[in-house]
Design a binder for this molecule. Sequence first.
Ligand SMILES: [Zn+2]
Length: 381
Amino acid sequence: MYFSSILKKLSFDVDMWEPSTEDMKINPDFLAAREDYKGSPNVAGTLKGKGGGRSILLNGHIDVVPGGDNDWNDSPWSGKLEDGKIYGRGACDMKGGIIANVMAVKAIMDSGIQLNGDVIIESVIGEETGGAGTLSAISRGYKADGAIVPEPTDMQLCPVSMGVTWFRIIIKGLAAHGATSYLGVNAINKASMIVQKLNEFEAKRIKEIKHELYKHHPAPFSVNIGIIKGGIFPTSVPDEVIIEGRMSFSPDEEISEARRELENAVYGAAREDGWLKEHMPQIEWYGFCLNSGSVDKEHALVKTIADNYKYVKNDDPNIVGTPWGTDAGALIRYGNTPAVVFGPGPGGTAHKANEYVDVEKLIETTKIIACTILDWCGYEQ
Ligand SMILES: [Zn+2]
């Protein structure tokens, strides 16, 4: 409601709706985190241009990861401004970016400039859980000639977003009394073989999968084991272990291909074990999945942002791939909208205690987005 009132004040034509699960069908790999989206509306505002210009879509996700109140110097919801930093959960990921989008348009309107192309500003839900909001907005028809997603890239220009998909591996053993463990099969021991295989698989991917825009990144396409659960009692042989983790993949790989590689690694290890080959681990792709997306780094939108970066910062931007999945992937793949990720930072504080956005970067990002809108959409004074 608050966001729609801001857009209304700026004369945007405002649309607010609750996404439906039907909307997600445009992405066959979408994994539903929720049964419905009641009480979690998307907002999209359209500002019609005079005509004859390119349209731009400014996307930002309104949802945040949990506050996690341990280790914060203040409340995660304080919004405190101190030493040129605004603190709070979501400050850089990505309320900062959303406000840069709004303020960029406001600055243009306050200058009395009328744009030729349309501007769409979106506040979408559910990015942290797989991008439901952006998929819904695409299904509702929101597309443009170009899009900016101001995730906290530390003002690096990212025409490429990597893909991310979560996995779950269920490994079965055979329960027994710990005193007669030879009568059972210890699922933790079997899981440790799978863990070792996943580590080898990750090392191989990091070594072999190269991408021009990830040269700076020491290990972009990683396989992280985040959770391992197994066993119920010290004197029992555990009969089940569940491993859960996150796999990232290159924009040059198809998601199905990346998943198949992990499955082959796990099944391959299992086939070498007498028990596991008869009791194959079960692999599920669950929870979170953001597909990759890629815009040519010579694309006009990348050039326009880079030119304005130079105008504002008197320097050339770093052009790299994002270190995470973003909604740009969906905009590119399912919305037919070339999308570039470019926002303030520091991104390194996202999802942690004492998250903040740097005010100077926020202002510079706003200027660069404003100048980009002018050049992209065209205008008359
Ligand atoms: Zn984010």
